[in-house]
Structure formats: C-alpha cells, structure tokens
Ligand binder design. Structure first.
Ligand SMILES: *[C@@H]1O[C@H](CO)[C@@H](O)[C@H](O)[C@H]1NC(C)=O
Length: 355
C-alpha cells in the first residue's frame, strides 16, 4: 500500500488541505524497513547490511500522492539511499525504490550514494550519485560518480550518465539541478572544491565545467525562474552572500559573465529548496525556515518565516508539490545522531502554499 490517496479522491483531498492548512504530518525514527517479505529484514539486520539507526533522511519530495526520501550513505548499514514512504497501520515504513537491487553497493549500474536529487516537471528524478559510500564513518570509493535517472511514472531506473570525466581527484560534488532549454536537457552539478558548475547536455553527451566562485567546503545551487530567463542561485558554505548567475552563461561555457551578489553584509545562509521564484533558506545559526520571493530584492531582515523546526531539530529540505500547492518540510535531529547512536527522529510537515 502506498502512502496517500486514490486520485479519484483528489478533490476531497484538496478541500481538506485548504480547510486544515496541511496534511497530517509524518514522523518516524531511523529507517523502519518495508520489504515484501518480513523475514528479509531479519536477514539484512543479522548480516549488518541494515542498521536502522544509520538511515538518516536529508531530503523529502512528493510526486502525485507518493512521498519519497533520500538517505545518503553516511555510515554503514544503509540498505538503500532512496525510498518510498509507505504508511502501514499509521506507522511510517521505508520501501527501497524503485527496487532494493538498484542500491546494491559495489554494483556500478546501481546507485552507490545519492547525495542530491532533482525532480523535474515530467516526473523524472535526477539522482546525483557520488560513488563514495560511508562518507562520515570511513569513506570508500565503490564506483565512478554518475547521474541516475528514475522515471517515477514508470517506477523504473531508466538511465545512467557517467560524469567522471568532469571531475578531478579533489572534486566535492554536492547539488544537482536540471534545466530544459530549446529542446535540450542540461544537468548542472556543483563542485565545491573548484567553485565550479559541471554542465552536461544529455542529448549530445557534451560536458564542460564553468568556474563561478572561489573554492569552498560546500557549494549549494538552486534553479530559480526570473520573468525572462532562469538563474542559478549559489551559496558557499559559511560565506556571506548569495550569488545569482544567468544559466545562459553556463550553456555558453562563459566564466566571465558578471554575477549578481545579494546579502554580502548579511548572515550566511543554507539553501533548503526552490519553487518557481521562491527560495527557501535558513540562516546558518538558526532553525527558522525563511522564504525569499526573488521578485523582491534580497533583504535578510525582511524574509517571511514559514516554519520553525523546534528544539534540537534542523530543517534539511523544503520541496514543493506544484499541483497540490503543498510544501514538504523535512526536520531531523541528525546532528545529534551523527555523534551518538540514538536513532534519528524525522518529521515531514506539510504546509499549504498561499501565493
Ligand atoms: C531591510 O529591511 C529593513 C527592515 O524593514 C530596513 O530597515 C533596511 O533598510 C532594509 N535594507 C535594505 C538594504 O533595503
């Protein structure tokens, strides 16, 4: 049984959302497994390939009525890195998606470590696979880095794109976004170690990289719609300033295009997600989720607060379900659990979009 409702009930569902302002929230500890056969999870647990406490979700998305989470392989025992949320007797369980074998460590046709993902308007999910597992415990390169395409409508892994020729030995790839432009599909991946954006055009297979800023330990990117064009929003970890770059420059392989920088004197931010012309972010030291309507100039003291994670919790992602005008906000206590052994507490809050 999948989480959510029958499409026939969509109208009723929308009314419920409008009246109550949100769907009922989801909460769970660690990674409760949902497999076809009960005995299977005992097997995985005994063999050490599944350690519930180490399954830490950092990103949540919704497509039609399904909610999915991404759980990078930070520590051993993470059986899969992308899951469908299944509600079983009001309990939340995680089902490897599309299949358990699509996450098999050491099989280079499978996803080794999903570090980021981008859901496009066609129901295609672009997964950035670093090829390095157990990144917090003891990093191990198991396969070359790649982008994996999962078609959520077909419930299948449909494409694998090798991006190793774009990377250097020190590359630190972090985020992926995808833009459709003039009948072409462009993948943009951030590489923090070079302050670069790696570009890959899917149809022709051409790739190149564009240096956009100084190196950093983290480089987050988001795609935002401006009235006449699309821009990439970039944030360097622990640095002040939000960089805006016209994606035309990336497609022209042009490093010399002037950048726009916002909030150079304001507090550093962490990007959480984007939806059209809205950017969701938080100040590094604070847990409140803020929204910047990019039609207005950036002013860090004039951002609307849409959510507060609460004590010991951190928001790690905000994603929109455009048709239902809902935002999914994922909060966890992962900072605590990465240090200790307590299971990670996860909560997804559904917030209806007003504008
Ligand atoms: C930002 O907003 C604050 C509060 O409304 C205002 O005092 C300040 O002048 C604004 N800053 C800029 C650069 O517009």
């Amino acid at each position: 049984m999948h989480f959510g409702i029958n499409p026939a009930l969509l109208c009723i569902f929308l009314q419920i959302v409008n009246i109550n302002g949100h769907l009922s929230n989801l909460a769970w500890n660690g990674g409760p497994l949902h497999l076809q056969c009960e005995r299977e999870s005992d097997f995985w647990m005994r063999s050490g390939q599944y350690i519930k406490e180490n399954v830490i979700a950092v990103k949540a998305i919704m497509h039609q009525d399904d909610v999915f989470v991404m759980t990078p392989r930070l520590k051993p025992g993470v059986l899969a890195t992308f899951w469908l949320i299944v509600k079983d007797k009001s309990q939340v369980e995680l089902q490897p998606y599309p299949e358990l074998r699509d996450h098999s460590v050491g099989d280079c046709s499978a996803i080794q470590n999903a570090v980021d993902m981008y859901l496009d308007h066609l129901g295609k999910l672009w997964v950035l696979d670093s090829g390095i597992v157990d990144t917090v415990a003891s990093p191990q390169c198991t396969c070359p880095p790649k982008v994996v395409l999962i078609n959520l409508l077909l419930r299948k892994l449909v494409k694998r794109i090798d991006i190793s020729s774009l990377l250097e030995a020190t590359s630190l790839i972090q985020n992926i976004v995808v833009e459709y432009e003039f009948g072409k599909t462009f993948i943009y991946v951030s590489d923090a170690s070079r302050g670069a954006i790696l570009v890959h055009e899917v149809t022709s297979g051409a790739s190149w990289s564009v240096v956009t800023c100084a190196p950093a330990t983290g480089l987050q990117i988001l795609l935002v719609k401006r009235p006449a064009h699309t821009v990439l929003i970039l944030v360097r970890l622990h640095y002040q300033g939000i960089i805006e770059l016209d994606t035309t420059a990336l497609r022209r392989r042009d490093s010399l295009t002037p950048l726009t920088v916002f909030g150079e004197q304001s507090k550093p931010v962490v990007l959480l997600g984007a939806d059209g012309f809205h950017v969701y972010l938080r100040h590094t030291e604070c847990s409140d989720v803020l929204v910047w309507n990019t039609k207005d100039p950036y002013n860090s003291s004039r951002l609307d607060n849409i959510h507060s994670a609460g004590p010991r919790l951190t928001t790690t992602s905000v994603a929109a379900e455009p048709l239902k005008r809902i935002l999914l906000i994922l909060d966890t206590n992962y900072l605590d659990t990465l240090q200790g052994n307590s299971p990670t507490y996860h909560r997804i809050t559904f917030v209806s979009k007003n504008n």
